[in-house]
Design a protein around this ligand. Structure first.
Ligand SMILES: Nc1ncnc2c1ncn2[C@@H]1O[C@H](COP(=O)(O)OP(=O)(O)O)[C@@H](O)[C@H]1O
Ligand SMILES: [Mg+2]
Length: 511
């Protein structure tokens, strides 16, 4: 018999971890498979470890196994839903790309019912040279204050920016985004910003459509409130930020135009691949990833809690140290979203560059911690929880020293897995074959299946988006011309048009 108070043995730990609905994820050193209850998987999680040691593949393994289970229920029991939701925000591309291929693999193998559910259930957010997802700066979320959204989104853009914004410029950005939020026919394009700052009749007509009194007051008296050189500097800043043509397209199309395209905006599985670093500058990719995350957290607060939602943050620390408001929103989410059946998975190399309070909150709220090769500090944290083998006769000091050395040198795929309430175990993630190997077709074909069969309405061609943006800008010009005294003047050169619009000279990019 086991003595009272003795450490639990491995067998009983494995039973406890497996719960009622286990997903196999690891093997122990003694080669026993570790299944983890879905109820535990759908809780806040920290996945730590140096680059290249198995974090992304661990995510893929877990996702693939859950997807297999869901597809089986669809194929065999006539279910019509996946039964889980996931949003992956990935600034490194690898995880999103891998999950994409596993989804395509399941589609390839699935029967008609599985294919139909997958077609309905996946949204892809990504930006390549040929196709892009449209992501207007302001997805209108009626029950969240426009002002709050504007502040957070302005903050993200300013922090992601490669050059500094003055306080006055930052403030103007907040006010401009608020105006766009209150008047959804307009969007964040340079022409709108120029008109707002330079064209009085345009601005006064916009003021009539605003609802917040302070904003009405601000824009009604803009020239008295903000010096002309500050307005011009603001326009130059915006011109620089929107200098990338893809960025103009992603942010610039009005919501009603996007709605008319019948594009998918959301789905149970949303993969955000913000890592196309050769098409978008990294600062913009990060800002976009954070904007999407912000929207996701806002929407999560209104969701139906009967289905679990997992928000996966790749490079979580890099992403979150960019913006304090967003970090607060996420920490708040850790505390509040549980009751809405939402869990957040943080993937990071380490937590060290987070502010102390943030690190503490994450550790406190995480129900599982999986640490691949990690610095000693992570070892210090896990050490008190590690399962002690009964036959281990080392002294406490030796055990600790060796554990800390071990965690710093864990081979690829090996990790310490700690589900709170149970001892931490030394494990190795199960081997996963590449999806194209399992499918037996080239990776390009699998990728093609994903974009052609599963998410054709998630993105549109760049050329089409460009034409639609031209239409919107042309409508802005028409609106201004119709209301200005020089209506009858025939269209002339661009410069004439600019002066007709009251836009002045083209801003120069000397900042
Ligand atoms: N469970 C696994 N099964 C098979 N190969 C794996 C597994 N985990 C990691 N690998 C291999 O290790 C490499 C690095 O793993 P990855 O998950 O990309 O690391 P990280 O995300 O931590 O940087 C992968 O490209 C893959 O070849
Ligand atoms: Mg990775």
């Amino acid at each position: 018999m086991r003595a009272v108070g003795a450490a639990p043995n491995l067998a009983s730990i494995l039973v406890a971890l497996a719960g009622t609905c286990p997903i196999s994820l690891f093997r122990t050193a003694g080669d026993r498979v570790v299944g983890v209850d879905l109820a535990t998987i759908f809780r806040h999680a920290l996945i730590l470890g140096a680059s290249g040691f198995g974090k992304s593949w661990f995510k893929a393994l877990q996702f693939y196994r859950i997807l297999i289970r869901a597809c089986r229920r669809i194929a065999e029991q006539g279910s019509h839903v996946l039964g889980f939701e996931t949003t992956v925000v990935d600034v490194k591309s690898e995880t999103a790309q891998l999950l994409k291929l596993f989804i395509a693999l399941m589609f390839l193998r699935g029967n008609a019912a599985v294919r139909e559910v997958l077609r309905e259930s996946v949204h892809f957010v990504g930006w390549s040279r040929s196709r892009i997802t449209l992501r207007p700066a302001f997805a209108i979320m009626s029950d969240i204050s426009v002002e709050y959204q504007a502040r957070i989104k302005a903050d993200l853009l300013v922090r992601a920016s490669r050059s500094p914004w003055s306080e006055a410029q930052h403030f103007l950005l907040v006010q401009t985004l608020r105006a766009i939020g209150e008047v959804p026919e307009h969007t964040f394009v340079l022409m709108f910003v120029e008109l707002l700052c330079r064209n009085e009749s345009f601005r006064l007509r916009l003021v009539e459509k605003l609802t917040s009194r302070d904003l009405i007051d601000f824009f009604a008296h803009l020239p008295q409130r903000i010096a002309p050189q500050t307005l011009e500097a603001f326009i130059r800043r915006v011109a620089i930020e929107l200098g990338y043509s893809l960025v103009r397209l992603i942010l610039g199309l009005p919501p009603h135009v996007i709605a008319s395209l019948g594009l998918r905006q959301h789905a149970p599985i949303t993969l955000v691949d913000a890592g196309v670093s050769n098409t978008l500058p990294p600062s913009i990719a990060y800002a976009l990833a954070n904007w999407v995350l912000t929207d996701e957290l806002f929407t999560a607060s209104r969701r139906d809690p009967s289905v679990p939602l997992t928000i996966v943050l790749e490079e979580a620390v890099a992403l979150l140290t960019m913006a304090t408001d967003l970090l607060d929103l996420v920490l708040n989410g850790l505390r509040m979203l549980r009751s809405l059946n939402v869990n957040i998975e943080f993937f990071a190399q380490s937590l060290e560059s987070l502010p102390q309070h943030a690190m503490r909150e994450m550790l406190l709220n995480a129900v599982t911690v999986t640490a691949f090769q990690s610095p000693k500090s992570v070892g210090e944290l896990l050490y008190p929880h590690v399962l002690r083998e009964p036959q281990d006769r080392r002294s406490e000091a030796d055990r600790k020293r060796e554990f800390l050395r071990d965690i710093e040198s864990l081979p690829r795929q090996e990790a310490i897995f700690w589900a709170k309430g149970q001892p931490a175990l030394r494990v190795r993630t199960l081997d996963l074959e590449r999806p194209e190997r399992i499918a037996g077709i080239p990776v390009e074909e699998l990728d093609d299946i994903f974009h052609r069969e599963i998410t054709p309405t998630s993105t549109i061609e760049v050329s089409r988006a460009a034409a639609l943006l031209d239409d919107y800008e042309a409508s802005l010009s028409r609106e201004v011309r119709a209301s200005s005294p020089s209506t009858s003047r025939p269209p002339g050169s661009v410069r004439d048009l600019r002066s007709a619009l009251g836009l002045g000279e083209e801003p120069d990019d000397d900042e």
